[in-house]
Design a binder for this molecule. Structure first.
Ligand code: ARG
Length: 291
């Protein structure tokens, strides 16, 4: 009989499945939480009467940044601004593909001034920015998966923004509808693991969107309500390592079983604003080199 590892033993499907869990180096933008606070309530997680531990926020955020650096990624930092407590959620600052950015336009007035600050940073760092017309909250609602973007509406981003996104990116845009107010941005209900794999909470999506996801990703990981409720799906994958909220223990086991390397990080203090790891991370995708 063939020796294990010689490549002739096709019965070991588990290990062959995992052969494609390959990390690619990423460049991220994070916003320092100097002014993070909960002073208004625009999602069900925010309670102005629950105090924020500012030192803990800073330590947890620094730990996330250090984790990305240890994984070999590049991290850029934009400073926050007084009066903009949610700016720490940098995923909402833009959508960057092929070295160009689509700007954002926030649903809630409290966050609108952030748009110009993120756009200015991007322009200063060599990313041309196309201004948004319809409401879109950046990577909070637009998740890039290979040559496809999963774009949500329901609570924040407008469906009209999906057309803008398609025109801007030239990529396939899949419309998804969110139905659970606790999962008001798609990055709270779905994690892109790599170009062909995702994990999600089915009940966060409308029946039509669930059917579409099942068709596009037949082998997706479905997470439990418990793991979703600790923002387990607000995770960031480089194709192999998945930086994931430490409290999502069931999801962490599912990731390991699927051949990924979970990297648990505790961002509990940021959950007081209704966000976690992915919310604090905007991916800066470089221009594809001309052929
Ligand atoms: N407090 C912020 C808001 O409600 C949280 C944003 C979370 N960001 C995200 N990408 N899901 O707008």
């Amino acid at each position: 009989s063939p020796l294990p590892g010689t490549g002739s033993d096709t019965s070991t499907t588990a290990s062959t499945d995992f052969a494609d869990r390959v990390a690619t180096t990423r460049r991220y933008l994070m916003c320092r939480p100097t002014y993070f606070d909960v002073v208004y309530e625009i999602n069900p997680w925010m309670h102005t009467d629950v105090p924020v531990d500012h030192d803990l926020v800073m330590r947890q955020w620094e730990n996330l940044r250090a984790t990305y650096l240890e994984l070999g990624h590049e991290v850029e930092v934009i400073e926050g601004a007084p009066g903009l407590p949610d700016m720490v959620y940098a995923a909402n600052g833009a959508t960057v593909v092929d070295g160009r950015a689509l700007g954002v336009s926030f649903h809630f007035e409290q966050r609108r001034p952030e748009a110009a600050l993120f756009s200015a940073w991007l322009r200063d760092h060599g990313f041309p920015v196309t201004d948004a017309v319809a409401i879109n909250e950046g990577e909070g609602d637009f998740l890039v998966a290979g040559l496809r973007i999963l774009a949500a509406s329901g609570f924040r981003s407008d469906t009209a923004s999906h057309l803008e996104l398609a025109a801007f990116s030239g990529l396939e845009v899949v419309d998804l509808e969110l139905v659970d107010p606790r999962y008001y941005h798609v990055d709270t209900a779905l994690t892109v693991l790599d170009a062909d794999h995702v994990a999600y909470l089915p009940s966060a999506f409308s029946p039509e969107s669930r059917a579409r996801l099942a068709e596009l990703y037949p082998d997706a990981i479905h997470v439990s309500a418990e793991d979703a409720a600790v923002f387990g799906l607000n995770a960031v994958s480089d194709g192999r390592h998945v930086v994931v909220p430490a409290q999502a223990t069931g999801f962490i086991a599912q990731l390991r079983a699927a051949g990924y390397v979970p990297v648990p990080v505790d961002l509990s203090e940021l959950l007081k604003g209704g966000g976690s790891i992915k919310c604090c991370t905007l991916e800066l995708r470089p221009a594809t080199p001309a052929a």
